[in-house]
Design a protein around this ligand. Structure first.
Ligand code: PAF
Length: 277
């Protein structure tokens, strides 16, 4: 695997590379990322994985400084997975003037769901992903469905800004007990880790009830919130939304998604389930 740290070298490599798939990450790689890499390998001749902990998408008081940087372990996993190039720029390379004068400003959905609790987060995500698309110029790019709102915003960005990349959404990888794989699971204490799968269990129960035809979304949301709070969670949101637009869901909607974010101790977990009725 070639490790490329500069935009100029990456562009040089890209000229000869054929069909390229990009998997953007912030490192601290786990099986969920490796599933993205497997999809990428199926879809292209060459796979580029980027590792960049993007300061722009972290708010004040969030874990930018503490975010695990595990370069050696990540490299070993990527080599094993058959990745061609690791793009590993430092901050000066991606943000030479420290702050960006131009940013990609997502529409109102950036202020809802996770955006209500992480102001500016999706602007930071959209901006860095747009930069990575411009630098790598991938034919395809793989994103996990665990970050459902992120995927929605990136999809809208590529459509509205005519970015010539095909997005491949990849199903959420889960531990045996259902917990969605996430770099932040490593922050959980033993007791929190044992409690954490409840989030997915609550969402799965909501999915069952929605599939049974329940239309009273507010009651379902309230029940899930109450269950989580009873077990010590601090709930940011549990919401039933339209799966395609992420707009508020109305009774009778066919394709739904239930999204949730909640904190166990200091760790914020997110998850979602889709429902087709
Ligand atoms: O999902 C992530 O890990 C990040 O938000 C991404 C897409 C790599 C942008 O920094």
């Amino acid at each position: 695997m070639e490790i490329i740290r500069t935009i100029a070298e990456l562009r040089q490599w890209r000229r000869e590379a054929g069909r390229v798939a990009l998997v953007p990450t912030m490192g601290n790689l786990h099986q969920g990322h490796l599933a993205l890499v497997r999809e990428a390998r199926e879809a292209a001749d060459r796979v580029v994985v980027s590792i960049f902990v993007n300061r722009l998408q972290f708010g004040q008081g969030e874990d930018f400084g503490a975010y695990p940087r595990t370069f050696d372990a990540d490299c070993a996993k990527l080599i094993e997975a058959g990745v061609d190039v690791l793009f590993f720029p430092d901050e000066k390379e991606l943000y030479p003037r420290v702050k960006q004068d131009f940013n990609v400003e997502p529409p109102h959905v950036q202020d809802e769901l996770c955006g209500m609790f992480r102001p500016g987060h999706f602007r930071g995500v959209a901006t860095v992903v747009c930069k990575l698309f411009n630098i790598v110029q991938p034919d395809v790019a793989c994103f996990g469905k665990k970050d459902y709102q992120q995927l929605h915003i990136i999809r809208a960005m590529t459509e509205d800004l005519n970015i010539p990349v095909t997005l491949i959404p990849v199903d959420t990888g889960r531990a045996g007990d259902g917990l969605a794989l996430s770099s932040r699971n490593g922050y959980l204490s033993e007791a929190e880790r044992a409690e954490a799968p409840r989030l997915y269990r609550c969402l799965s129960l909501m999915r069952e009830r929605l599939q049974d035809g329940v239309q009273d979304y507010a009651t379902l949301e309230g029940d899930a919130r109450a269950t989580l709070e009873r077990h010590g969670w601090v709930v940011d949101y549990v919401e039933v939304r339209q799966a395609d637009s992420l707009e508020i869901a109305h009774a009778g909607e066919k394709h739904l998604v239930v999204l949730a974010a909640a904190r166990l101790g200091r760790t914020r977990l997110i998850d979602n389930v889709e429902i087709a009725r």
